[in-house]
Design a protein around this ligand. Structure first.
Ligand code: BGC
Length: 665
């Protein structure tokens, strides 16, 4: 491969090389953004399309999967690999060769407008889910992990400068990108709009040249984010930006002039083109080009996968016994709220998908209700008739939540982030009014991340978080409500009682500073009781944990510890548990989080069944980044393993130490 690339490169003129390094138009053509073909040398161009929850709307109809955050809530990388595969297959069937996904930015604050696109707040969880998506997608096309890096605010995304210290960067904001490279073997990385430590991400040598390409050995190419994503020719080229998208403003003629002037050496251009060609030939763009094939898009198979994912993503947050509704004892259900009858599958920005249909919660309830009467009440305001229907029903299901009105991408600069974490006031009032009329009130929430719910939570019997559940969402919601599916989603972020319990979200300044502590790292450190902790979610069955074993009391710094635990289903129905492994260290010479997630596994158990769950924990995972040395350090200290069903429900614990490296030299 390298020899082939070198041979072609040797044939190319400077102009031909630079032609490879930019998109060719602001607007998509045939639903795709293109880079140029080179007919003389037979080099194919790239054809790029979004995105994270299905093929982007400008390429026409496609399957709408649940959003990334919903898929994060499945804690199921095997399933996520299938989703990546399905989206990759549809991209290819649209004639595309590069999928502009997954979004793997840390959810550092749940008010981020694009929270829904990513998988959650924890780097390990995010990295595993992202790498799985990439592996699936790259069976068909090149995946592009985005947005590198620290793109966690919408309103100021085009200009904000994020200051971050080296440790925070390496330990919190980059590990998942490293996993995309090392474990997912991602072919491409999209640089972010924002600046980091004074430089735009598209012209940021520490991020691109030093860390991504140097430290991690990334062999693919970096493309800029779209309009306003590139700001320079020389600086960007020297920093390691390989492709300017979607059209040449700073690359093209200006880059040519920079090489002619000698401010950018031709070797730098060669290095970029080598990366671009390498990906093209590795992915067979020349020998096996994508051919449009409508039969492969929005298939029944993909609809079934969208349903499976939506079911597994639903998190049961509260259940005082209302759920599941038993068809034997229920004659009528009142479904309430505007969102119950609204197709609501997420943001209207670049991640928008045009599915062939969307099953709303109301339709889903009607599809699954059997002989049960389903009445619909829009609500707000409630008429006397509405009140009678609600009071007379055996159960009520209020569908509430957010829409693209409240959260989304900053297509219009200065907009996109949420203004608070609560539901719109009208909806809170509706929930309270319904709960006053009917004691059996179930709330179904839709949205991209955290929703604070203190004012109404005690008044309702059950709450489900359904996220933006994709085209099959309504069916999945009804399946869980009627108990045909046992909920197994777990929160991929911390749900605080109020926004004050989180670090401040600063989205109105051109300068912000990020620290090490957000989400569960923050509430654990501050001793704050969250409403629902990271990793939390209920089930219709119960699970018990026993027999923790550690393969050794002492592990070498390059060794691996094997951790085992028995998990049993102690209830009456089959279900899936997400077994989580957290590590705490004692005696570190630097400030460390109380504990961090280092492993998780989703296991299916029939009633009475016990399974032994095994984790391999490489000691390297315990390292902190030693800024003075410029390297990772696995300290020879004591570590405690905690295993349990959430970050605040740690059922089993055991300790071990890491041997000092010197002792084994
Ligand atoms: C978004 C990217 C997206 C690109 C192309 C940008 O505005 O930030 O995530 O891939 O547009 O649609």
């Amino acid at each position: 491969m390298e020899a082939l690339v070198s041979d072609i490169l040797a044939e190319m003129t400077l102009a031909e090389k630079i032609d490879q390094m930019h998109g060719i138009g602001f607007l998509p053509v045939d639903g795709l953004w293109h880079t140029a073909d080179n007919e003389r040398l037979g080099i194919p161009g790239f054809s790029m399309v979004d995105g994270p929850r299905g093929v982007g709307i400008y390429a026409g109809t496609a399957t709408a999967f649940p959003v990334g955050m919903a898929r994060g809530a499945t804690w199921d990388p095997v399933l996520e690999e299938r989703v990546g595969g399905a989206i990759g297959r549809e991209v290819r069937a649209k004639g595309g060769s590069v999928l502009l996904a997954p979004t793997i930015n840390i959810l550092s604050h749940p008010r981020w407008g694009r929270a829904q696109e990513t998988y959650g707040e924890d780097p390990h969880h995010l990295g595993r889910m992202g790498a799985a998506f990439i592996r699936g997608a790259q069976n068909y096309v090149v995946a592009s992990a985005k947005h590198y890096a620290l793109n966690n605010i919408e309103n100021t995304r085009y200009w904000v400068n994020v200051s971050v210290d080296e440790r925070t960067l390496r330990e919190i904001y980059l590990p998942h990108f490293r996993m995309a490279v090392r474990e997912g073997h991602v072919g491409s990385i999209m640089s972010a709009y924002n600046r980091v430590n004074g430089h735009y991400c598209s012209a940021n040598f520490p991020l691109l040249g030093q860390i991504l390409k140097g430290d991690w050995g990334f062999k693919g190419f970096v493309e800029s984010d779209w309009l306003f994503g590139t700001w320079s020719s020389d600086e960007s080229a020297m920093a390691g930006l390989d492709i300017e998208m979607p059209a040449p403003i700073f690359y093209g003629n200006r880059l040519f002039a920079a090489v002619a002037k000698g401010t950018v050496p031709e070797e730098t251009i060669d290095e970029a083109v080598r990366r671009i060609l390498r990906v093209k030939y590795c992915f067979g763009l020349d020998t096996d080009p994508a051919e449009p094939d409508p039969k492969e898009v929005a298939t029944e198979e993909h609809a079934a996968l969208a349903l499976e994912v939506a079911r597994k993503a639903i998190v049961l947050l509260k259940n005082d016994g209302a759920l599941p509704l038993d068809r034997k004892y229920i004659e009528s259900v009142a479904v309430i709220g505007e969102l119950a009858d609204t197709p609501n599958h997420g943001d209207n920005g670049s991640s928008t998908v045009a599915p062939p249909y969307v099953i709303t919660p109301l339709e889903g309830m009607r599809n699954r209700a059997g002989d049960i009467r389903v009445d619909y009440v829009v609500g707000n305001p409630l008429s006397a008739d509405n009140r009678a229907v609600i009071a007379g029903a055996d159960a009520t299901v209020v569908v509430a939540g957010l829409t693209a009105e409240e959260e989304g991408e900053a297509i219009i600069p200065g907009k996109g982030d949420r203004v608070n974490l609560g539901l719109p006031a009208k909806q809170e009032q509706l929930i309270a009014a319904v709960a006053d009329l009917n004691p059996r009130t179930i709330v179904v929430l839709e949205g991209g991340s955290v929703i604070t719910l203190e004012s109404w939570l005690p008044r309702v019997e059950a709450v489900l978080m359904a996220w933006y559940p994709g085209q099959e969402g309504g069916n999945a919601i009804a399946d869980v409500i009627f108990g045909d599916v046992n909920p197994s989603g777990r929160l991929p972020s911390t749900w605080p009682r109020s926004e004050e319990d989180l670090p401040a979200f600063v989205n109105d300044r051109s300068q912000v500073a990020y620290g090490c502590y957000h989400g569960y790292l923050h509430v654990d450190r501050e001793g704050i009781e969250p409403r629902f902790p990271f990793g939390y979610g209920l089930s219709y069955t119960t699970f018990a944990y026993a027999k923790l074993t550690l393969s050794a009391q002492t592990v070498r710094s390059k060794g691996t510890l094997r951790v085992g635990a028995d998990v049993s289903n102690t209830g009456a129905v089959a279900g899936e548990e997400v077994v989580q492994l957290y590590v705490r260290c004692t005696g570190s010479r630097v400030d460390r989080p109380v504990r961090m997630l280092k492993g998780f596994m989703k296991v299916f158990l029939t009633p009475g069944e016990t399974r032994r769950v095994l984790f391999d924990l490489p000691a390297e995972e315990l390292a902190f980044y030693d800024v003075a040395v410029g390297d990772w350090d696995v300290e020879p200290i004591s570590y405690t393993i905690h295993i349990g069903p959430s970050s605040r429900d740690l059922r089993l614990s055991g300790s071990f130490t890491v041997d000092s490296v010197e002792a084994h030299r």
